[in-house]
Design a binder for this molecule. Structure first.
Ligand code: FDA
Length: 315
């Protein structure tokens, strides 16, 4: 399966843009602020919280960065104006981390301070391992001054338990995910069970430190383990939340909500959807596999639609 996923991933750049758009449509909230606002309103109506991500990452020039910063500020303003139950997730490489770290810090300050003034919260996404130390350094600086900033740790990294212990000393606000980038074995667990075990241990460390955790996964086993941990600790639903990506598993979303837990949906939007989608697909063959499955479902749905009248005429 992994070999097939890798093969599919190499073919992604050959897929017509329209197909990538259609297949990725359920995972992103469109290109405009109006579109993402409508999606978040709908999620809220259906009992889900949201976190909004302005697509874009790994910029190699600073020119466009202030516009990204202002886009985030606009999202914060709309959340306030419409009384949406949502916060934002930022990627430091979209704000120039790898070009000019001080410039990046200025952008983060602008976003975090505006969020603070509007009573909102900023989650710093975690990117590939070339960024881990710098991202944690920025988080620590802001965590010292602001309460409305959280960080992400990735269970596939071998360092994560140590990071969780160190950051937990200040009761950091965490999101815990498996990790999406393809990292070398030297620094990252590769076996799915090893990643799961590390996830469970990291979650324990975080909850022991009384940290607020966004439990970000679509892995049913992990969701079940987390629910069990929450029950045994007698946690109130305001002391943690589950998190999922837009469009990935609506059934599991409902299971989590029916269990009385809070659920936040990660909602990416923006003009950079194509490069985001294709980069993700190329970088992580497993996701190319999911997409291929969706593509087949979509095409077989079309084929079924096409067969419909014929079938009816036969009966
Ligand atoms: P796993 O990969 O085992 O997936 C479980 C099941 O979910 C799969 O069988 C599949 O069916 C489905 N699935 C998972 N991902 C899918 C997708 N994209 N499309 C379609 N189906 C999918 N990573 C990171 O490195 N830094 C970050 O900051 C974040 N932020 C983040 C926020 C939120 C809210 C979530 C849910 C995830 C992230 N991630 C992330 C991504 C995360 O690291 C991880 O790659 C994915 O969540 C997939 O891992 P699962 O835990 O879902 O398990």
């Amino acid at each position: 399966m992994a070999a097939l996923d890798r093969l599919i991933a190499t073919m992604v750049p050959l897929l017509p843009r329209g197909i990538v758009r259609r297949v990725s449509a359920r995972y992103s909230a469109g290109e405009s602020l109006a579109e993402v606002t409508a999606i978040v309103e709908d999620l809220n109506r259906r009992g889900r919280l949201a976190t909004v991500d302005v697509l874009g990452e790994f910029v190699d020039r600073l020119e466009g960065v202030p516009a990204t910063t202002e886009q985030y500020v606009q999202v914060l303003e709309v959340i306030r104006e419409r009384s949406l139950d949502a916060n934002i997730s930022i990627k430091l490489t979209a704000l120039g981390l790898q070009v000019d770290p001080q410039f990046c810090r200025k952008q983060v300050r602008r976003i975090v301070e505006r969020a603070m003034a509007l009573g909102n919260f900023v989650r710093i996404d975690m990117e590939d391992a070339t960024c881990t130390d710098d991202t944690l350094a920025v988080f620590r600086e802001f965590q010292d001054e602001h309460e409305n900033v959280g960080i992400v740790l990735q269970a596939y990294l071998r360092r994560t338990l140590n990071d969780a212990r160190a950051l937990g000393q200040k009761a950091a606000n965490f999101r815990l995910c498996k990790g999406i980038y393809v990292e070398p074995k030297r620094i990252a667990w590769k076996e799915p069970d090893a990643i799961r075990d590390n996830y469970v241990r990291a979650l324990e460390v975080m909850l022991d430190a009384k940290s607020y955790v966004g439990i970000a996964t679509h892995d049913e086993t992990l969701v079940w383990r987390a629910m069990d941990m929450i029950r045994r600790r007698g946690l109130d639903p305001t002391e943690y939340e589950f998190q999922m990506l837009l469009g990935v598993d609506p059934d599991l979303e409902q299971v989590i909500l029916d269990g009385g837990h809070r659920l936040r949906i990660y909602v990416p939007y923006g003009k950079a959807w194509y490069s985001y989608a294709t980069r993700r697909l190329r970088e992580n063959p497993a996701i190319a596999g999911y997409v291929f499955k969706n593509l087949l479902t979509m095409l077989s749905g079309r084929a079924r639609l096409g067969r419909g009248p014929l079938e009816r005429s036969k009966s």
